[in-house]
Design a protein around this ligand. Structure first.
Ligand code: PFF
Length: 517
C-alpha cells in the first residue's frame, strides 16, 4: 500500500474542515432561510437539528474517514466496504460520496467565480452606472449572458473569471493536502473572519441611513430577522428548511469530511476537532452571517421591500441588493470589494473540498499520481461545468443543486449513520470515535446516533419526498421550454453515476485478480 498524504497539523485539518463548512451557505443561504422561515423561531429547529443531526454526523464522518484512511481508502466506496466486508454491494452506495460533491462542485465553482468578478467590479466601479434595482438586475443578467445590454455584450467576461477560478481550484488541489488545501485554509479562514467582522461592525453601526425614515434602521433590521414567529414551528416546511440548512452549512452527509479525515493518523483526535470546526462554522453563520445582508437591506429598503428581497433568494441579495447599498455608503468600493472577497474566500475553501473526493478516489483506487488525477478530474469537471454556465437561465443550476445539494445529502447521511450505528455496531463505533480523543462525547449521543439521528433522517426523507420530492421529480414546476434542459441535466447526472459505478467495479476487479496472483 502506498503511503498516503497527511495533514501537517491538527489546526490545519480543523481549518480545512471549517473552510469547507464556512461557505456561500453561511452568508447568503442562512439569512434568507431564517427570515423566510419564522425569523427567530427558525433558530429552534435549527439548533435542534444541529444537536441531533449536524454534530453526530460530524463525529461519525470524521471517525469513519479516519477509519477508512487506515486501510488506504479516502472515499466512501472503500470505507463502506471495510465497514461491511461481507456485503458486496455496499461499496456502490458509497459512490454517492463522490458523486454528490462532484455535482455540487460543477455549479458551486461557477457561482464562486461571480463573487471573484464582483470583487473586481467593486474596485473598478464597473457597476456604478446601475443605480436602481432594475439596473442592477440588468447588470447581473448581462454578466451571466442571459441578456445582451449596455453593460455586457456577451458572457466573455464571466467565462474568463470562471476559467481563472477553475484553474485556481485545480492549482490548490494539485499542491496537495498539506501543501495546497491546508496552506490556503490557514490564510483564507482568518482573512475571511477579519473581513466578516469589519463588515458586521460597519453594518451594525449604520444606524438610520435615511433620517426621513426613522423606522428603517439597523436595530429594526435585526428585529426583522430575529423576532420569533412561533406559529412557524407548526409547519413541516420550517423544520425541513432548518435541517437542510444544517447539512449544507456543515458540509456533512456528503462524503467531503470523510475524505478530509482519511488523511488523519489512526490516533489523531476527532471529537474535539470535529466540535471545533462545527463551532467555527456556527460562529460565522449565526453571528456574522446574520448581521450583514438582511439587517442592512432592511435599513436601506424598509420592511416591505426587504421581505421581497429575501423572497427573491440568496443571489438577488448578494449580487443586486448589496452592490446597490455599497453605492450609497462612504468607501462603498472598499466595502464592496471586501464583501465579495469574503464570499470568494468562503467559496474557494469549500469548492476545493468538493473536488477532493474525486481526486482521492482516483489516487487511492487506481494508484495514479496526483498530477494524473488532477488532469483527469480537471478535464472531466471542466466539461461537466459547461451546462451550468451556458444554460443557467434554463434552471440547470437549480436542478444540480436539488440532486447534489439536497437529495444526495440526506440520502448519504442516512446510509452512513445506519451503517455506523447498526452494521458496524454502536459499541465498536463508540470505541472508534474515542480513539485518541481529547474529550469524551456525552453518553447520550450513543442513543442519539443509534436511534434519534436515523429516525430524524427517515422522517425528513419521507416528508420531503412527500412535500417537494415527487413534484420535483415529475418536473411539475418546470416550464415547458426548460424541460429538455432539465431532462438533459438528469441524463448527464445518470451518466456520471454510471461512470463512477463502472470505475468502482474496475477498481475492485483489479484488486481481486491481484489477490489471486
Ligand atoms: N458548506 C458549504 C457552504 O455553506 O457554502 C457548502 C458545501 C461545501 C456543502 C461542501 C457541501 C460540501 F460537501
Amino acid at each position: 500500500m502506498k503511503t498516503r498524504e497527511a495533514w501537517k497539523s491538527k489546526l490545519g485539518i480543523i481549518m480545512a474542515v471549517a473552510g469547507s463548512a464556512i461557505g456561500l451557505g453561511n452568508f447568503l443561504r442562512f439569512p434568507v432561510q431564517a427570515s423566510q422561515n419564522g425569523g427567530g423561531a427558525f433558530m429552534i429547529p435549527y439548533f435542534i437539528s444541529l444537536l441531533l443531526l449536524g454534530l453526530p454526523l460530524m463525529w461519525v464522518e470524521w471517525t469513519i474517514g479516519r477509519f477508512g484512511g487506515g486501510f488506504g481508502h479516502g472515499t466512501a466506496p472503500g470505507v463502506f466496504h471495510n465497514m461491511w466486508t461481507k456485503n458486496r454491494f455496499i461499496k456502490y452506495f458509497g459512490i454517492i460520496g463522490i458523486f454528490g460533491p462532484l455535482v455540487i462542485f460543477i455549479y458551486y465553482t461557477y457561482i464562486e467565480s461571480w463573487t471573484f468578478a464582483y470583487a473586481f467590479f467593486s474596485v473598478a466601479e464597473k457597476y456604478s452606472p446601475a443605480t436602481t434595482q432594475a439596473g442592477m438586475v440588468s447588470f447581473l443578467k448581462g454578466f451571466q449572458g442571459i441578456e445582451k445590454n449596455n453593460f455586457f455584450s456577451s458572457m466573455q467576461c464571466a467565462y474568463v473569471f470562471f476559467l481563472i477560478t477553475f484553474c485556481l481550484n485545480m492549482f490548490v488541489i494539485y499542491k496537495g493536502i498539506s501543501g495546497g488545501i491546508e496552506k490556503l485554509c490557514k490564510i483564507a479562514l482568518p482573512s475571511l473572519f477579519v473581513f466578516g467582522i469589519i463588515l458586521a461592525v460597519r453594518a451594525l453601526t449604520l444606524g438610520t441611513p435615511d433620517p426621513a425614515k426613522p423606522d428603517w434602521n439597523i436595530i429594526n433590521g435585526l428585529g426583522f430577522l430575529w423576532n420569533p414567529d412561533f406559529s412557524a414551528l407548526k409547519s413541516a416546511k420550517v423544520w425541513l428548511a432548518a435541517a437542510g440548512q444544517i447539512f449544507f452549512t456543515l458540509s456533512v452527509g456528503i462524503g467531503v469530511i470523510l475524505t478530509y479525515a482519511s488523511y488523519l493518523k489512526k490516533t489523531d483526535d476527532v471529537v474535539l476537532s470535529g466540535l471545533t470546526s462545527a463551532s467555527a462554522n456556527e460562529f460565522a453563520e449565526v453571528l456574522l452571517g446574520s448581521s450583514i445582508v438582511i439587517p442592512v437591506a432592511f435599513a436601506f429598503f424598509g420592511p416591505i421591500e426587504a421581505q421581497a428581497i429575501a423572497k427573491g433568494g440568496a443571489f438577488n441579495l448578494s449580487f443586486i441588493t448589496m452592490p446597490l447599498i455599497f453605492q450609497k455608503i462612504n468607501l462603498g468600493a472598499f466595502f464592496g470589494c471586501i464583501w465579495f472577497l469574503l464570499l470568494f474566500l468562503a467559496g474557494i475553501t469549500s469548492s476545493i473540498s468538493l473536488a477532493q473526493p474525486s481526486i482521492a478516489f482516483l489516487e487511492d483506487e487506481f494508484n495514479i499520481s496526483k498530477k494524473k488525477a488532477v488532469i483527469i478530474f480537471g478535464a472531466a469537471a471542466f466539461i461537466l461545468c459547461q451546462p451550468a454556465i451556458f444554460f443557467l437561465k434554463n434552471g440547470v443550476v437549480n436542478e444540480l443543486d436539488f440532486w447534489g445539494g439536497t437529495f444526495c445529502l440526506v440520502l448519504f447521511a442516512t446510509v452512513e449513520i445506519v451503517l455506523f450505528g447498526w452494521v458496524f455496531g454502536i459499541e465498536k463505533a463508540w470505541e472508534e470515535i474515542h480513539r485518541g480523543a481529547d474529550m469524551r462525547v456525552p453518553k447520550i449521543y450513543k442513543f442519539i446516533i443509534r436511534y434519534v439521528t436515523p429516525l430524524f433522517l427517515f422522517l425528513i426523507l419521507g416528508f420531503w419526498m412527500y412535500q417537494e420530492g415527487i413534484s420535483t421529480i415529475l418536473m411539475k414546476n418546470v416550464s415547458q421550454g426548460d424541460k429538455p434542459y432539465i431532462l438533459g441535466t438528469r441524463l448527464m447526472l445518470l451518466g456520471i453515476f454510471i461512470a463512477l459505478a463502472i470505475l468502482v467495479k474496475i477498481a475492485w476487479g483489479k484488486r481481486k485478480t491481484k489477490v489471486k496472483k
